[in-house]
Design a protein around this ligand. Sequence first.
Ligand code: GDP
Length: 463
Amino acid sequence: MRQSLTRELTNLIERGRDRQLRLAVTGLSRSGKTAFLTSLVNQLRHAGLEARLDLMPAARQGRLLGARRVSQPDLGVPRFPYDQAMASLDSEPPRWPEPTRGISELRLSIRYRPARRALLRGETAELSLDLFDYPGEWLLDLPLLGHDYPGWSRAMLAGAGEQRRALLAEWERAAARLDPAAEANEAELADIAALYARSLQAAREAGFANLQPGRFLLPGDLEGAPVLQFFPLPALAEADEGALAKLPPESIYATLAARFRHYQHHIVRPFYRDHFRRFDRQIVLVDVLGALNAGPERFEDLSQALATLMQSFDYGKRSLLSRLFAPRIDKLAIAATKADHVTPEQHANLTALLEALLAEPLQDLRYANVPVKALSLAAIRATEAHEVNHRNERSPALRGTTLEGEEVLVFPGEVPAKLPETDFWARQGFDFRAFRPAPREGGALPHIRLDAALDWLIGDKLQ
Ligand code: GDP
């Protein structure tokens, strides 16, 4: 108890001196969070040595001296597995790190020479940077707090497109047979909930992103717990709310509604209250290229998922979030990841497309006066840009090694600068494959513009 009080106090003092920052990294599954955080830690640890951080003035001016890992303050949060991630990248052949599945944390102490004072006295200072990584899927649950169970049920079923619906079919057939007033049978509900969870998993594997509830996809230690055994009830589409409210507690409706409320209060709220509310800065990673590769319905679905996810950054006074949690993020970055999948002259388009995809949330954020920057980056660059001569014309290309180990020289296609229209999908010239990370000879990981992201997120604290 005393120890945790001292820790809280030290944190408070550090924060007061502006020497502590809590930076969170999020994004949907496979958006590149693990690669990003691994590279970020790697770059800062090699700062002042061989890391290439030219887009960070503090590094360019030689004021960034390095960083070391220190023990993290939140003992209940798993530690981000940096060493394991580096071991994967250093294995033979190199492998991508295993993605993290829940929230994790790592604290760095960054040493730098302040811009002004340093000139006079050669003094150094430390910034304590707490890095968090958590699944963007958890943010998809925010709107769930704004619904009651019947409202959520209806919203879930109304929004699904044709392909999504097909994936839900088996669950829907089973769930449609349930009478809300009938007595709940635990085993039956567990089976149907499992079908629902499976259909969400299948939808995710098919490239869909707008999936709720988020913990059904990444249950962590809640696997199999009754709190994860609810689902929308198709019969509620026409049900009368007054009559529903009168159903006995052992009815199917009341049982599922109680689980839904439990999920709201014991899973969604605590994440916002205990973690999210305390982040100072945030970067949201988006695999725009992956969605572009997967076709129009997935792209549209990503767009909806992002709109939902970004509600967690809507600081308007009347937003659900502000009313419930009064968060305090004061700077946000949004990044299109894996930019090394396309040739460098496409990067500007990639950023423009990301901005287009997030046009509305970005507008709201700017209106709410939250500084936000959109950029494209590769946390761990796996390809090299080349030029090839084709019929006497120079054209850009990428050289890389596929996951299967084949060396290729490719032009993956053009990235549209605006939201793609039907004709883009019709003449789809966009096709990229996954690359294997390049072997390293020690030193810092190769990246594209990770330094720009870092500067936006922490540069002002290194003044
Ligand atoms: P997470 O689920 O958000 O943690 O995503 P990961 O960081 O595990 O990334 C998912 C996959 O995307 C990785 O296994 C890589 O195949 C790929 N990836 C992530 N970052 C990069 C990058 O900077 N460049 C390339 N070429 N691929 C990347």
